[in-house]
Design a protein around this ligand. Structure first.
Ligand code: N01
Length: 893
């Protein structure tokens, strides 16, 4: 049916006594509520929307403050479900004003005749799940109660204004306005003394406009925010051309992008660019006036790494200083307490320049706290400001407030949603909550919502929910409810995702920190719009994984489980590898596999800068061996870590784990010397082990010449390199040195047995396969030699070995032999520390800057190496700059 024809469908709600009976009740008539009404009507479900406001618009109905605009380009901030609608409506500006967006939503409501199913001026006062009828019973403050099979909160994320939390508001005799509840009639500010409290998006948009009207404007700022010039005007020709060139492709790209706007994934990292190149990229972004662009397109590490982020933050602060004439005011306006993007940045028109006006004063509330509001104005602990008008731009009880603050929602067993969420929101997919059957949320906590372009996210949610309701009806199911297990799995996945970005490092409304007493948790999903969409699709593909479905005349269905067990970035990497459909590495033969790996490594991000990289050769057991030395930028001499690369004794060389060696050199503040030991099949067992032992001895004896600290060395290795590191420790103990202070074994090969569960559980699909391991073993070592401790160190004598840090990954065939080695070392009295990395695969920690969630693990490895080296609190023992202290502690616990 053409979308426009849906309007003609009759709404067939029935009444039972005084109660309106519908299939679905929706709260809210903003972007989400309107599209829901349309989709559900199209599906033939009777629906009513209950809306507190007097008309459609949702957030755009209430937020009418001066200067209110959208800050995602409006061509992207539009419905996409009906191409006719898209071609009928033309936006007049790059960033539409609030009145224009409200007109658009009114136009949509008219076009699909949605108002006839909306009860305006109606607040739901309670929603209760009735176990007997399996329906939600709603009471309202206006009109008949409503009984519905499904209840959908389309209440938005930012619709419950936060109380100002400042004493004395009631005493103020002047005018008081809240940006989130701005009056519909004209507010006259001309000639008045106005105070604005708050410098988030609402404050930053309204301050320049208010400054032009008011006689005097005083801005009370608690936390400075990053703001970028919008450069509003007509929509940029290049974006419009892209959209109009292939509208369907443009929209589809947005749906699978990270932020819901079709920009490509940036791959160049900050340290690959010169200062001049970074500045040029920044100036382009500053001139573009596009939040999503600057947040995603400058360099790949800006949103995930504090150092990459700090470069950008410095450039923005430089801009602030160049615009604001008074240096003290410029300093007060410059944010230093959060990474750029971790708190919602703003888009402005003349915001910073406004502080050059003679009638504008900035009050830094951090230095001069507001103590009270009096009858005549605002008092700080230093001064009193008499004003005629106070504007509160103090924000919202975000995400959860929009749902729990609206009315009590009582689920199964009379449990209230507010109680269930007292410790922070728990959801499955951000769409549903265990214990609350047939309740859905659109853009709820746990969905990408506010970290995305809201409109495509809303469309995805609505489509997913509407499709589920239709599928349930077809199969005769009447209830749907998330399981506790699925919900707990989603919480874990959310926590994993929170490590991807820097949002966790700031106190913001994303984390609930803006509301006193609110539980602290990062509420929006940080894994991205496209990945989220694919997860929702997978839930369906796996037979509604994590949902229990029941119906009177059909057998109940519950495919319980967790939808994502991999770390989010591991999932992406493995998904990309699966799409490449590569032949098994072992099918290339040894040289072919080496060529393949060399080629593959070219596409990975470059390693980070260290103080110095030196290539050289050292005498091995049987001729010279190449090595690569990584020296920290800090003054030496540094302890030395002898490193052995991975590659199954067949592949790789002293340079092939370059990003990992650089990263660990930076984190530990130690020299890493990566040894180019010889490989099979040209040099089979025990060459790799003997070369590595000889190299370690030589490095220990020549530590001073290498610029290292004389004395014991440490060893480290990944995969087969972990095997070699473990063997080197055993040989050093047996052969009278060198002295080794500690060993770091990352996913090591420790034994020639293949019957441990991880060899079966993770036999295929996680890059390192069982058959590839068989191949490596066959090339390296004859079956007769495999039980030699130089091949299987688990079979060696373990007492008296240096302290060890053993890393194992959940989705690795080698997981259990690594754990077995750690167990055996501990049983032999060796000091052992472990990291059993859940959701990670064999290559997680080696894929530096691709698997971002490996950061905290590498920080722990570095901390262990420093301790083993006897170093006092230092780089590694302190939280790495990109890991919050509580995460280190949690990980260590
Ligand atoms: O709210 P906010 P907002 N004393 O929470 C300060 C979206 N939006 O309405 O940072 C003194 O960001 C508070 O200080 P601090 C957008 O997603 C979009 O501006 O908590 N100050 C902060 O400065 C945005 O992020 C558009 O220390 C107090 C400010 O008030 C979200 O809505 C436009 C205080 C609140 O900032 C919320 O924005 C507008 C107190 N007691 C909004 N309490 C678009 O353009 C709070 N503050 C699409």
């Amino acid at each position: 049916m053409p979308e426009a024809m849906v309007a003609t469908r009759a709404s067939e709600a029935t009444s039972s006594g005084n109660t309106l009976e519908v299939d679905v009740a929706v709260v809210g008539a903003g972007f989400a509520g309107l599209y829901l009404l349309h989709r559900l009507r199209k599906a033939g479900l009777t629906t009513v929307a209950l809306e507190e406001a007097g008309d459609v618009g949702g957030t755009w109905y209430w937020n009418r403050y001066p200067g209110a605009r959208c800050d995602i380009q409006t061509i992207d901030y539009s419905y996409t479900f009906d191409s006719d609608l898209e071609s009928t409506w033309k936006w007049s500006e790059k960033y539409a004003t609030q009145p224009e967006i409200l007109r658009y939503l009114g136009f949509v409501a008219d076009r699909y005749e949605l108002r006839r199913d909306i009860r305006f001026g109606t607040k739901v006062t309670a929603a209760t799940w009735d176990e007997v009828s399996e329906r939600w019973q709603l009471t309202t403050d206006n009109g008949a109660p409503v009984s519905c099979r499904h209840y959908i909160m389309a209440t938005g994320c930012l619709s419950a204004p936060k109380p100002p939390e400042i004493d004395g508001v009631k005493d103020f005799k002047g005018e008081v306005y809240f940006t989130g509840r701005w009056p519909h009639e004209e507010v006259k500010l001309a000639g008045k003394r106005v105070a604005v409290i708050g410098t988030g998006s609402s404050g930053i948009q309204s301050i320049p406009v208010i400054a032009e009207q008011a006689a005097q404007l005083t801005v009370f700022q608690r936390t400075p925010n990053f703001a970028l010039p919008a450069h509003n005007g007509r929509a940029p020709a290049d974006r419009v051309a892209l959209l109009e060139g292939d509208r369907a492709a443009y929209r589809e790209q947005a749906r699978w992008s990270l932020a819901g706007v079709p920009w490509p994934q940036q791959t160049v990292v900050s340290w690959q660019l010169s200062d001049a190149e970074r500045r040029e990229r920044f100036e382009t972004a500053w001139a573009a006036g596009d939040l999503v662009y600057i947040l995603t397109q400058l360099w790949a590490d800006q949103g995930v790494d504090v150092e990459g982020n700090a470069i950008l933050a410095d450039l923005i602060r430089e801009k602030i200083r160049s615009i604001v004439k008074d240096p003290e005011t410029a300093a007060a306006l410059s944010p230093h307490d959060h990474p750029f993007g971790a708190k919602r940045p703003c888009l402005d028109t003349n915001y910073y320049a406004t502080y050059n006006r003679a009638n504008v004063t900035l009050v830094n509330v951090r230095q001069e706290p507001i103590t009270s509001i009096t009858a005549t104005g605002i008092r700080t602990d230093k001064r009193t400001f008499d004003v005629d008008v106070i504007v509160f731009a103090t924000g919202f009880d975000a995400m959860t407030g929009a749902i729990t603050a609206v009315h009590p929602i009582m689920g199964r067993g009379g449990k209230s949603l507010s109680d269930v969420w007292a410790g922070g929101p728990q959801t499955y997919l951000g769409l549903t909550v265990a214990g609350f059957p047939n309740l859905f949320m659109i853009t709820g906590p746990g969905s990408p919502s506010v970290l995305s372009n809201m409109v495509p996210s809303i469309e995805q949610h609505v489509d997913w929910v509407a499709d589920r309701l239709m599928a349930m009806r077809e199969k005769g199911f009447t209830t749907i409810e998330a399981t506790e297990k699925a919900q707990a799995g989603w919480a874990r996945h959310m926590a994993d995702c929170s490590m991807l970005t820097l949002h966790r490092l700031a106190n913001t409304w994303y984390t609930g920190a803006n509301v006193p007493g609110k539980a602290h948790s990062l509420m929006p999903y940080t894994g991205g719009v496209g990945p989220y969409r694919s997860i929702c699709d997978e839930v369906v593909g796996h037979g509604m994984l994590g949902f229990r479905l029941t119906g009177a005349n059909v057998a109940a269905q519950c495919n319980d489980g967790e939808i994502v067990r991999l770390q989010p970035d591991v999932r992406l990497v493995l998904g990309m590898l699966a799409q490449m459909n590569l032949p098994p590495i072992e099918s290339f033969g040894a040289q072919g596999a080496r060529d393949f790996v060399a080629e593959f490594n070219k596409s990975r991000p470059a390693g980070r800068p260290v103080g110095e990289v030196v290539d050289g050769t050292l005498p091995g057991a049987d001729g010279p061996l190449a090595y690569r030395l990584y020296r920290p930028a800090t003054p030496g001499p540094h302890p030395i870590v002898v490193y052995f690369h991975g590659g199954g004794w067949v592949l790789g060389d002293e340079q092939s784990d370059d990003p990992l060696c650089r990263d660990m050199c930076r984190r530990t503040g130690m020299i890493f010397v990566s040894v180019g030991y010889r490989h099979a099949p040209e040099h089979r067992f025990p060459t790799a082990a003997e070369d590595s032992f000889a190299a370690t001895r030589w490095i220990a004896e020549h530590a001073g010449e290498l610029g290292g600290r004389p004395g014991p060395v440490l060893v480290a290795g990944w995969s087969a390199g972990g095997n070699i590191a473990a063997v080197t420790c055993q040989l050093a103990r047996e052969r009278g040195g060198p002295e080794i202070a500690g060993q770091l074994l990352v996913c090591p090969v420790t034994d020639c047995r293949f019957d441990r569960p991880s060899y079966n559980d993770n036999a295929a699909g996680y890059f390192l396969t069982r058959s590839l391991m068989y191949w490596f073993w066959d090339i390296y070592c004859s079956p007769a030699d495999r039980t030699d401790p130089r091949a299987s160190p688990l079979r060696g004598k373990l007492a008296g070995l240096p302290p060890a840090f053993v890393v194992t990954c959940e989705f690795d065939p080698l997981r259990d032999e690594g754990i077995a080695y750690a167990d055996a070392l501990a049983a032999a009295g060796v000091h052992v520390e472990r990291l059993q990395a859940s959701g990670h695969f064999h290559s997680s920690f080696a894929m530096v800057d691709v698997v971002i969630t490996g950061v905290s693990g590498r920080a722990r490895m570095a901390g262990a190496l420093r301790r083993f080296a006897g170093l006092s609190e230092g780089i590694g023992a302190q939280p790495a700059p990109d890991v919050a202290p509580q995460e280190i502690n949690a990980a260590a616990g």
